[in-house]
Design a protein around this ligand. Sequence first.
Ligand code: FBP
Length: 342
Amino acid sequence: MKTKPYKQDTSPLGYAVGVTLDRFIKSNQADFPYATGELSQLLRDIAFASKIVSREISRAGLSQVTGAFGQTNVQGEEQQKMDVIANIRFTRALTKGGEVCAVVSEEDDEVIDLQNKTGKYVVAIDPLDGSSNIDVNVSIGTIFSIYRRVTPVGSPIRQEDVLQKGSEQVAAGYVLYGSSTMLVFTTGKGVNAFTYERSLGEFFLSHQDILAPAVGNIVTINDGLTPEADPRIIDFLSSCKLKGCTSRYIGSLVADFHRNLLKGGIYLYPATTTNPHGKIRLAYEANALAFLAEQAGAKATDGKQRILDITPLSLHQRTPIFIGSVELVDELFACLNGQRFS
Ligand code: FBP
C-alpha cells in the first residue's frame, strides 16, 4: 500500500493555533515530579474548574451571582457568592479528578477530607482571591499549592499532610480572571503561562519560561496601611520614590503579583498594629506565589526569612509578605535587617 510521510502544511490556511495545556503537559511529562500522570491530571482538573469559574465571572452581572452570600468564613470575612461558587467548583473538580486526598480552602474552617483511598496529593487553595473586587469588574484570581501527602496513601489524613513548608510544594500556580483568563504554574522547572481561548475551550501556551526582571520600578502596597507599618518600611518606600519608582495597587493579590512578575516590581503586605501577622495567608496565598517567584528568578520573604522556609502552625495563619524583583526585595530586607537577604 502506497503511503506518504506527513508534512506539516505551511500555508497560511493552516496557521498554528498554539500548544494546548494538555499537549504541553504531555510533552513535558519529565518536568512533573514522580511523572506518573497523576499530577498532570490534577492540573487538568484545576484547569477545568477554572474554565467554569471564568464563565461564571464573565457573566456575573447577568446571573445574580454578585454580592454577599450572607455568611462569614473562618477569617471573619463576609463571603461573596462568587467565593462560594468558586469553592464548590474547585473542590468538586478535585474530588472527581481522583488524585487528591485532602483540600485546605480559604472558605472552609477545617481540612476537607475527600475520603479518597488512592489520592496522593494535598491541595491548598484560595478559590477566589481579591474578593473586594468581584462586584466592580476588576481582575481577580484563584491561587493553589500542591503537595504530596507524607503519611501512607489510604491512611487517615494527619496534620503533617496539610501543614507542610512551602519548600515541599510539588507544584503551584494561579488563575487570573482579567481581560483574558490565564493559568500560570510551576512544577519546579520554571514558570509557564497559558491563555484561555474561550471559543475553543482550551488553554494555550502564551508565556514560556517566565523570568521576572531582577530590577523593577513598580511598588505595590495599600498605602492606607503605612501609618501602622514598621517605620523602616516607610524608609524603603521613600527611597523607592526618590529612585523614581511608580506605584500600582489593584487590591487583588494575583493581579498585582502577575503584573510585577512580568514588568518588575515588589508587592508588600506588611504586619501592622491592627494585623500583627499581616493579612495574606501562608498556606494558600503566600506559599504558592513564593514558589512561582523563586522559579522565575524573583524572591519572597516575610522580612526575616524565605516565605518557603516558614514552618506552618495552623491552616489559616497569616504572614507579612514582600515579594518580587530581587533588587527591590534585597533592598527591603536590608532596610529591615541591616544586612543582605541571602
Ligand atoms: P482574599 O480576597 O482572598 O481574601 O485575599 C486577600 C486580598 O484581597 C488580596 O487579594 C489583596 O492583595 C489584599 O487582600 C487586599 O487587602 P486590602 O484591602 O487590605 O488592601
